[in-house]
Design a protein around this ligand. Structure first.
Ligand code: ADP
Ligand code: MG
Length: 686
């Protein structure tokens, strides 16, 4: 289609405003143009974080020499005729090239498919030079140099070259996910290199069709899904393949498909959530809120799911003309979209074996009943059977351990496994829950709270202790007579969470109250306590830090280093002290005392993730809770840590003091309680 000027009536209805905020937005506009031009090869080169140079070369349809001037004129586009409610291309406003040309040096060289020679036009500060011949084989090259050269005030607002380069690479990845058949490459002086070969769409289609397991009639869907999946793996890594499941659902002409991480595969920020509406990358509140809701009771506090969701709906039902950067959309029926996303994710996760632990007690009781009926089944098998009967789910075949997952694709609303299907979940756990003899740690009847106090640093209020090694621990027989022990034990049983009796599987504390049995997930519980304490500390004085004997050197990508350094002062308030170490590393000197022994490497990486996400949205400071959550996760007693009896009891007492600790740890329960009456039911005593 030819480039023409939009009608005034349409111009007036287009969301007005700046499209060029930073180098990454220039890259986004240019790459979108290349995609709209039908390119299947797009090469991006940058220098100085895109401030000095951005070059985008594509092999698309090109622009005829006599249209070059129009291409750089305002409101001129080849993409939209006269219906702003039916937009099927990424661009539609005819604003990008002229806007860029008004704040930078622009060179546009192109050769349309049918032309025998190429031509170019240059514009500097809005002034156009005449069109002249150019040596170009095919497609289009757009070069943008010295962005904001005439507006030093704007330049000042840009971040470091590394940070701008990182934003560029984020934008390229985001677009690349939506167009897996296009080969993208990005190179630049910041040594950020991306090379994403085209996913073999057609080969995959042929392959899929030949597979006997494939559902008939869905070859195209499968091929498409595989193409997207392989692009996601290029970007997110092999991990993602092993820890994700496919999703495919439809409701009232809205189609959603994509890939979502299983709940145990979570990240420190939401940067790994990608959403697309009719192929357009969007950052939409409805979609991200729906994602959060869908995973609400399955993720630990402050962690985020990984997901790529593609929504397909009638363009008339979604307004993309909300913001000049076109990343915002408005759905005509937001409720439908939200319901569809939450429903589809929940269903798929359930099939994948991820179950909220809240149903554990009920399922256990059902299992026992089933066990009695089934006679010779193991309790575990019965548990599993009861669980599935409860859900009326016949869709569990691919979640069994070691089961090679067939690529079955349930078209209407089902799920297909991504990758080779290592899906972690209860059902896969090979260890039945009741075989624990060798792991039981005997607990003495008496709490040794006073000893614990002495060995832990004196912290204000109800600090969770970082569990110092209890070297002075002795079994009660050594220093107590039996009567005394019994007495103390009885006293303990009156606490809501009772007296700790044992630790099993190195993560679950079994405690006894007067009328129930308590099972505590020690990791979840402690994480919650540390989190609450960290949050409190922020509103008081800086937290105590502990000096590392030898500073820990952490190598990080330059953009992460820049981000972390910009928050160094703030993080010091938490007791985390670090400084630059050469160009590619940070030296961490002090860590928050509260966290005890931690993996500093991993903490810093998670904080960098955190900073990356909140960089633009008002800064990390507004996200104290997130920082606290990230740190809490690191400072918590990991499952697998054997606790001394007094440590267990101390944890129970702390949990009782922090109201949030028991009921809900951002969804996951930290403990479950089996009333004596429930237990009696289990043994058919009632
Ligand atoms: P829009 O994309 O909204 O139409 P732009 O200012 O980005 O506005 O581009 C103006 C026009 O220039 C486009 O409509 C298109 O016809 C042409 N154009 C821009 N970039 C390319 C490209 N890489 N290949 C082919 N045509 C292009
Ligand atoms: Mg455009």
């Amino acid at each position: 289609m030819n480039i023409h000027r939009l009608k005034d009536t349409i111009i007036n209805r287009i969301a007005a405003g700046e499209v060029v905020e930073r180098p990454a937005s220039v890259v986004k506009e240019l790459v979108e143009n290349a995609i709209d031009a039908g390119a299947d090869r797009i090469e991006i080169t940058t220098a100085g974080g895109g401030k000095n140079l951005i070059r985008v070369h594509d092999n698309g349809s090109g622009i005829a020499a006599n249209e070059l001037e129009l291409a750089v004129s305002r409101h001129c586009t080849s993409k939209m005729a006269d219906n702003i409610h039916d937009i099927r291309s990424l661009g539609f406003r005819g604003e990008a090239l002229p806007s860029i040309a008004s704040v930078a040096h622009l060179r546009l060289a192109s050769r349309a498919g049918e032309s025998t020679a190429g031509a170019e036009i240059t514009v500097a500060g809005g002034r156009r030079a005449p069109v002249r011949p150019a040596a170009i084989q095919s497609g289009t090259v757009v070069e943008v140099r010295d962005l904001f050269y005439a507006t030093p005030a704007r330049l000042k607002f840009l971040k470091s070259d590394q940070a701008e380069a990182a934003a560029i690479s984020d934008n390229v990845k985001r677009l690349a996910i939506a167009f897996p058949h296009i080969r993208f490459s990005l190179s630049g002086t910041e040594r950020l290199i991306i090379d994403l070969p085209a996913a073999p769409l057609f080969a995959a289609a042929a392959q899929a069709a030949a597979k006997p397991e494939a559902e008939p009639g869905n070859e195209e869907d499968i091929a498409r899904a595989q193409a997207y999946h392989s692009r996601l793996i290029q970007i997110l890594g092999r991990d993602f393949a092993e820890n994700s499941v496919g999703l495919n659902a439809r409701r009232e002409n809205v189609h959603i498909f994509g890939f979502i991480g299983i709940p145990s595969y979570h990240r420190g920020n939401a940067l790994h959530q990608f959403a697309y509406v009719n192929g357009r990358p969007v950052r939409d509140k409805i979609i991200s809120a729906a994602l959060r809701a869908a995973y609400a009771d399955m993720l630990p506090a402050g962690r985020h799911a990984v997901a790529a969701l593609f929504l397909q709906l009638d363009p008339a039902h979604v307004d993309v003309n909300v913001h000049p950067a076109k990343a915002d959309v408005r759905f005509r029926d937001a409720g439908l979209i939200r319901g569809l996303i939450i429903g589809a994710i929940r269903q798929v996760l359930e099939q994948a074996g991820a179950r909220p632990a809240t149903t554990a007690a009920a399922a256990l009781i059902k299992a026992a009943e089933a066990n009695r009926q089934a006679g010779n089944k193991t309790a575990y098998q019965a548990y599993e059977a009861a669980y599935y009967r409860d859900r009326q789910s016949e869709t569990a075949p691919f979640i069994k351990a070691g089961n090679k997952a067939p690529v079955a694709f349930a078209a209407a609303s089902g799920a297909y496994p991504a990758g080779r299907g290592r899906i972690t979940g209860f059902a896969e756990d090979p260890a039945p829950w009741h075989e624990t003899e060798d792991e039981i740690v005997p607990a003495p009847a008496a709490p040794l709270l006073t000893d614990n106090k002495a060995s832990a640093p004196a912290l204000p209020g109800m600090w969770p202790q970082p569990f110092p090694p209890a070297a002075d621990f002795r079994l009660p027989e050594d220093n107590q007579d039996e009567a005394e022990a019994d007495e103390q034990h009885a006293a303990m049983a009156q606490f809501p969470l009772g007296a700790a009796k044992a630790q099993i599987h190195q993560n679950y504390i079994i405690a006894q109250t007067e009328n129930s049995l308590i099972i505590v997930d020690q990791h979840a519980a402690h994480e919650r306590l540390v989190y609450e304490a960290l949050k409190q500390a922020l509103y008081a004085e800086p937290l105590a830090s502990q000096m590392l004997l030898i500073p820990e050197i952490i190598e990080l990508p330059p953009e992460d280093i820049a981000r972390l350094l910009s928050h160094a002062e703030f993080l010091q308030k938490f007791g985390l002290v670090f400084e630059p170490f050469g160009n590619h590393a940070l030296a961490v000197r002090e860590t928050p005392a509260l966290l005890g022994q931690i993996n500093v490497q991993k903490l810093m990486r998670d904080l960098a993730d955190e900073a990356a996400e909140h960089d633009t949205a008002g800064g990390l400071k507004d996200r104290l809770d997130y920082v606290a959550a990230t740190m809490a996760c690191h400072g918590s007693v990991r499952s697998g840590r054997r606790l001394k009896p007094q440590e267990m009891n101390a944890l129970l007492r702390q949990m009782e003091q922090v109201p949030q600790s028991g009921t809900c740890n951002h969804g996951r329960p930290t403990f479950i309680e089996l009333k004596l009456t429930d237990i009696e039911k289990l043994f058919a005593r009632r």
